[in-house]
Design a protein around this ligand. Sequence first.
Ligand code: F6P
Length: 521
Amino acid sequence: MNPSRCDRTPAWGSLQAAFDATGRTFDVRQAFAADPARFETFSQAAPHVFADLSKNRIDAETEALLLALAQQTGLAAHRDAMFAGDAINNTEQRAVMHWLLRSPPPDPAMPAQSLHIHMAEALHEVHTTLDAMLTFAEKVRTDTHITDIVNIGIGGSDLGPQMAVLALDEFVLSGKRLHFVSNVDGHELNAVLRNLKVESTLFLVASKTFTTIETMTNAQSAKTWFEVNGGTDIARHFAALTTNVAAAKAFGISTTFGFWDWVGGRYSVWSAIGLPLAIAIGAQGFKQFLAGAHAMDEHFRSAPLAHNLPVRLGLLDVWYRNFHGFSSRSVAPYHSALKRYPAYLQQLEMESNGKRVDATGAALPYGTSPVIWGEPGTNGQHAYFQMLHQGSDVVPVELVAVKTPLHALPGHHTLLLANVLAQAQALMQGQVDEGGHKHFTGNRPSTFLLLDELSPASLGALIALQEHRVFVSGAVWGINSFDQWGVELGKVLAKDVELRLKNGNDSGLDGSTAGLLARLR
Ligand code: F6P
């Protein structure tokens, strides 16, 4: 029996008692009325990100108990184990070192023994690969013959680079179009291919394993399209981003950029998987993206837990999930370029923490990952915000806003900022209406993340912040946030069903699958 499992710690019991005594009825409006310094107490500056947590259902006592929970579950030791390169992904016996991808190059002035030898070697390899990848990115950027870059990949080999390329649209070199093909649905690849020319297209086949069926199918079809349309120079028009360089070579791709098994797919945008972003924003921009993330790593690593933004956010997530029973969180970026940010966070959080067993495989009696969902504001306001304001469930909302826009259209940004502030106000303040229909209960929690501007550095910091907050809640829950066994069963069954679709054999199938198969044949 693991005595430091979160629900067996003294802090867990104290949190439950605090929730029963005051947490259940906690009213943020009253908390503001009672404490003029609430905004200062419950806001936190971190590199490139300022967070206002004050509109959440927390007080000093709750935060102190949550910090005690962090201490009693060994959060700091777990974090330090990750940064020491220990195999904390225990089910796959792998270290978790995506953070190393954004560490600056080894300092020649630093004594070599200040880094573990395996870490020093890994860092050296990271920078050798990064330099090669950035050189290639610059070559592609300045090659006027290449106008279209098609990234073929799925999950972490799609969502990270796609989200970041869209987010940093203002920094993209003109004359290059970036396309992302992830779905095995042929409509997606077809829609891209029909506008391309063989001689001006570069395909990037992005797959950590180089075995993912969707990616391999799309890559094979792209290669066939290339050859059927007269393409011969695969070396110039195809590159692979993978840990499985041998498989890429067997596929016929000789231009490859590698990474390592200690980089999880959903944490891989910092590796060769980030090549589309490096092509889009250039080597300097990509380095700023890494530097922003590194600054957040240093904050997570060294700031006292009470003033550590990923820690405060991750602990708040535990408070909401396990004591208030909130089962989802809505994310609302008030920047239209962050349109794939909610999708990116869905994989990051739900693939990491959507687990019902602890790291030893024992079933857990408490909830873990909330459902993450959302759309850019203000679009969401005109769609599902009705439910956020007046629905029967309370859904904490996480808003992201940017102080300075990168456009000069008059009026827009003030209106955008007015909306994000007003939504947070409305969620909290509510409105009294005797008739009921116009009644807003208020006291609905929101967190406000503010960036000075959306730049490569601030995006890097924001994403690293989200990675670490997921680490924090996962660590408190005692789960392995770095495997994803839950995606395997469907893959195995799809192979079987694919065969049955071809051969018509429905023996041993459940009635529903057999019935649908018959209609599809
Ligand atoms: O099936 C889930 C998953 O393994 C993700 O974790 C990963 O990001 C995605 O598939 C793609 O995997 P790969 O990069 O190996 O093609």
